[in-house]
Design a protein around this ligand. Structure first.
Ligand code: PLP
Length: 387
């Protein structure tokens, strides 16, 4: 059995943390009420604003993504408020569940995991429920490896005075987000995926319209109070309420520095390139991709519909034989029949070659393929652009 030190994470979060990020977090413990800590907090916020395309405050929330998602519900809404939840994947569903837990009336739409969002269906739901306050939507649906068009949803929301709340937990750092230009109202992301850091810190952005909703919201809350977080940031020096997880703050600050040094567009293009090479390799090995509609596929992870028998054996063999961890499917019928290959953060063409070659070796060993080289050749063709 490989120890954790030998395993490369091709999982859709957490991801391999770059040495620079690990080193930034491994410095002697920094007290959070110091000028030095304030510099790191302010630096992180400024760089996150650049990454997310916003001039609004980026709130640092001491929790993983789900905690911050819950934070957006309790800070913006009151029991009895109505929302529309786009549910074409487990994480879309999760927002609906969190809201319902807090007494919000949730109208679920687009519940078919096999289909992209239908703007018509969302528009119909807005017309049917004229009192709705918000629409929740997942940007990069990590269950189905697909991307939802949040810009179009936000445009629709704006037209009807409905706030758009976006789960960008697995998209920030991997695919473009322009919070201000796209007129998003709320965005949540977390440290352990495209931001290639350890888990434990979330970032939340609110539009001015969303801040107005915060003033009216009556859901009970203690730990995550957006107004307090904003006040602490704009106090004598930038701070967060409670004990700030400074090691993770330092890590995320360094990760954002790396992304901006590379250039956002280059970073997104790199993710696209690696994704295309992995997809080409996997398909050449006779495996089907999920979702079937290529235009809808994510640059941050690839879902392979390998079937129950191959999926389990492939995951076990990749780990035992090659020290490569991939994830299984999540929810509904996909749990046992899909494997998900994460390519978020510091991924390069060499990683596409590695994972495709390892999958090829596993399939060969178990007699699922008989000719070697198909997957790797397709991957190389895609990477070189040469037939
Ligand atoms: N939303 C999406 C899209 C995710 O991929 C995840 C985690 O996989 C979450 C929310 C939940 O985040 P966390 O595990 O950080 O609480």
């Amino acid at each position: 059995m490989k120890t954790y030190e030998d395993v490369s994470l091709f999982t859709p979060g957490p991801v391999n943390v770059p040495a620079r990020v690990l080193a930034a977090g491994a410095r002697p413990m920094l007290h959070h009420r110091t000028a030095e800590a304030a510099v790191l907090i302010a630096g992180l916020v400024e760089k996150a604003q650049t990454l997310l395309g916003t001039k609004e405050d980026v709130l640092l929330v001491h929790t993983t993504g789900r905690g911050a998602m819950e934070g957006t519900i309790v800070n913006l809404l009151s029991p009895g408020d109505e929302i529309i939840a786009a549910c074409n994947g487990k994480f879309g569903e999760m927002y609906a569940e969190i809201a319902a837990t807090h007494g919000i009336v949730v109208h679920r739409v687009c519940t078919d995991w096999l289909r992209p969002l239908s703007l018509d269906e969302i528009a119909r739901a807005i017309a049917d429920h004229p009192g709705v306050k918000a629409i929740t939507v997942c940007h990069n649906e990590t269950t189905t490896a697909s991307v939802n068009d949040i810009k179009a949803v936000a445009a629709l929301g704006k037209k009807h005075g409905v706030l758009t709340i976006v789960d960008a937990v697995s998209s920030a750092g991997c695919l473009p987000i322009e919070f201000d230009a796209w007129q998003l109202d709320v965005l949540v992301t977390a440290s352990q995926k495209g931001l290639m850091s350890p888990p434990g810190l979330s970032l939340v952005v609110l539009s001015q319209a969303a801040w107005q909703a915060v003033d009216a919201a009556k859901c009970p809350k203690f730990y995550i109070q957006f107004r307090d977080i904003r006040k602490n940031f704009h106090g004598k020096r930038p701070e967060t309420p409670g004990t700030t997880p400074m090691s993770i703050v330092a890590g995320v600050e360094e990760a954002l520095t790396m992304i901006l040094q590379e250039g956002k567009e280059n970073c997104y293009a790199r993710h696209e390139k690696v994704a295309a090479a992995i997809r080409a390799g996997v398909q050449a090995l006779g495996l089907s991709l999920f979702p079937a509609d290529a235009a809808w596929r994510s640059p941050a992870l690839t879902a392979v519909a390998a079937g129950a028998e191959i999926s389990a054996a492939l995951r076990a063999e990749l780990r035992a034989g090659f020290g490569i961890a991939v994830a299984g499917g999540l929810g509904k019928a996909y749990k046992d029949s899909v494997i998900r290959i994460g390519h978020m953060g510091q991924v390069y063409p060499k990683d596409a070659l590695t994972v495709v070659a390892a999958i090829e070796a596993c399939l060969y060993k178990h007699g699922h393929i008989h000719n070697l080289g198909q997957g790797v050749s397709a991957c190389i063709r895609e990477l070189t652009g040469k037939e």
